[in-house]
Design a protein around this ligand. Structure first.
Ligand code: IMP
Length: 192
């Protein structure tokens, strides 16, 4: 089965390709001739995930899937959420982290969660798959691995941040890996 992954992120493509198995041929946006900027204007994580997949299905007629993720902090009413990538007004991870730590200073709760939603459009029929990992925002960045908010997110039950974990450790528990795992189980049920 051929499936397009509606992303330009090579790391995500590699992670998904490694887990998808031989029964699926993964196509990139470039493979299907899509050079357009995919829309992400819905205001929610599931909505943006859906928008990106729908764009590919509508304009290119390809069965496809898309993902969208973000960090929700309880004491900030769920911010940065859907705005995680550009929270500080730029994509710069250290500026995003600084803004978050400043906004969180003095708040009693540091509870947060990462969320990913994959939207699969199989011959135009939609299925969504969610992955969530709960944790806490620590006071100062710790660790050099990963990306984004990894240095300040410590998953519940662990004594280190995502940025202090190996990519294998993070990928065994992360929001993205959980959502992807659910989608793969569904896809495999469709071909067996
Ligand atoms: P995306 O939808 O996967 O591109 O994620 C949007 C933004 O959420 C990223 O630019 C990061 O700021 C943040 N984010 C998503 N997943 C992670 C993660 O695993 N670690 C750290 N930050 C993340």
């Amino acid at each position: 089965m051929e499936l397009c992954f509606a992303t330009n992120n090579q790391h995500k493509l590699d992670e998904v390709a490694a887990r998808l198995g031989d029964a699926f041929t993964l196509k990139t946006l470039r493979d299907i001739g899509c050079t357009d900027e995919l829309p992400e204007t819905s205001g929610t994580i599931p909505g943006n995930s859906r928008q990106k997949a729908e764009y590919v299905w509508t304009h290119f007629g390809e069965s496809c899937f898309a993902d969208d993720s973000g960090l929700e902090v309880d004491a900030l009413n769920g911010e940065p959420g859907v705005d995680s990538a550009f929270y500080s007004g730029s994509r710069d991870a250290s500026q995003n982290i600084q803004k978050l730590l400043t906004n969180l200073a003095g708040k009693p709760s540091r509870k947060a969660r990462f969320i990913t939603v994959f939207t699969l459009l199989l011959h135009g029929v939609e299925h969504q798959f969610e992955g969530i990992i709960e944790g806490d925002i620590i006071g100062e960045p710790q660790g050099t691995g990963g990306f984004g908010y990894d240095p300040i997110f410590r998953p519940r039950g662990y004594d280190k941040t995502f940025a202090q974990m190996s990519s294998e450790e993070k990928n065994a528990i992360s929001h993205r890996a959980q959502a992807l795992g659910k989608m793969i189980i569904y896809l495999q049920s469709q071909i067996s």
